[in-house]
Ligand binder design. Structure first.
Ligand SMILES: Nc1nc2c(ncn2[C@@H]2O[C@H](COP(=O)(O)OP(=O)(O)OP(=O)(O)O)[C@@H](O)[C@H]2O)c(=O)[nH]1
Length: 306
């Protein structure tokens, strides 16, 4: 991890680096695909190079190519029906910035929800349609006309039928993706993610839950600090502080009987576990900015992995 230039670790070849968004209606297999594509290296982020519109979900460096799979905030896949026009514009703008879109559907199906997702992809954006769950299709003869019908859609750059569960299929897909990524230097080190980047992501997740579960009540001056981030084997032991301006805000975050703080910290912990692919022990404190003296009265919420 220390000091070897990344170039020395890889065979020569044209270096490429690019961002890829994976979109699709719920349950088509996006998470499964991301996992197969990046393996254990899921959900890594770094505090450099993060423009606001994307969150890094996973990085993969294979030979001279670095793939950055990104999330598109505002792409509420679970609530596609509820997307209003303004949100659609946000999503479309975010997708406009990536180098490639992977639009995941289930092989043999293209329903109204799929079409709604497809409509958000900016015209002209290189888009690979991934027809997933191929293993469930028992009659390849029936799939053929479906694939040919899709082929008539000029907006699709490629159509790739596969099973996200099969590592060999994911590998094949990487080979198809690579030429769409621009030539140029990598955005990140080739090595696995550092504690520091997970630490950053932990703060981001907690902040997101904090603001989502307090609605508009909480002033944006409130902050999240990761005070401790330790690894014990696979366990991540994290101590975080939510720092607010006033006692009134503190009460707001804690909620009646501590319920809201409990929910914030539970949801944050579950998402961290999913992203880090590891158990997380998360302790969250709420403090007012008045200083350390206040720690005595700090309230904490615990999260345990059973
Ligand atoms: N048979 C089969 N099932 C798959 C395949 N890929 C994913 N699945 C299953 O499909 C279901 C949904 O997969 P997810 O990866 O959670 O789908 P998602 O699109 O991320 O879902 P949301 O998070 O709800 O948007 C899970 O039960 C997966 O195991 C595949 O290639 N073949």
């Amino acid at each position: 991890m220390n000091g070897t230039p990344a170039e020395d670790l890889h065979p020569p070849g044209v270096k490429r680096f690019g961002t890829i968004a994976i979109v699709g209606r719920p349950n088509v297999g996006k998470s499964t695909l991301l996992n197969s594509l990046v393996g254990q290296k899921i959900s890594i982020t770094s505090d450099k190079a993060q423009t606001t519109r994307h969150r890094l979900l996973g990085l993969l460096t294979e030979g001279p190519v670095q793939f950055a799979f990104v999330d598109t905030p505002g792409f509420q896949l679970r609530h596609t029906r509820a997307l209003n026009r303004a949100m659609n514009r946000t999503v479309t703008a975010a997708l406009a910035e990536v180098d490639l879109v992977l639009w995941v559907v289930e092989a043999g199906q293209l329903n109204a929800d799929d079409a709604r997702v497809g409509a958000l992809i900016p015209p002209g954006k290189p888009t690979i349609l991934v027809a997933n769950k191929l293993d469930r299709v028992h009659s390849r003869e029936r799939l053929l006309p479906w694939l040919q019908g899709l082929g008539a859609n000029k907006a699709l750059t490629e159509i790739v039928p596969l099973s996200a569960r099969k590592p060999a299929d994911a590998k094949r897909l990487l080979g198809i993706i690579a030429p769409y990524l621009p030539e140029g230097d990598w955005g990140y080190d080739a090595e696995a993610l550092t504690d520091r980047s997970e630490r950053f992501l932990a703060a981001e997740i907690l902040r997101e839950k904090l603001f989502r579960l307090t609605g508009d009540e909480l002033p944006y001056s409130s902050a999240v600090l990761i005070e401790r981030f330790e690894e014990e084997g696979t366990l991540r032991r994290i101590a975080a502080a939510i720092v607010v301006e006033r006692d009134g805000h503190k009460a707001m975050v804690i909620g009646a009987g501590g319920e809201r703080l409990k929910r914030i910290s539970t949801e944050a912990r579950l998402e961290m576990q999913r992203l880090f692919d590891a158990p997380v022990f998360l302790e969250v404190w709420v403090k007012t900015r008045s200083g350390w003296a206040d720690d005595q009265r700090a309230v904490r919420a615990f999260g345990y992995e059973d």
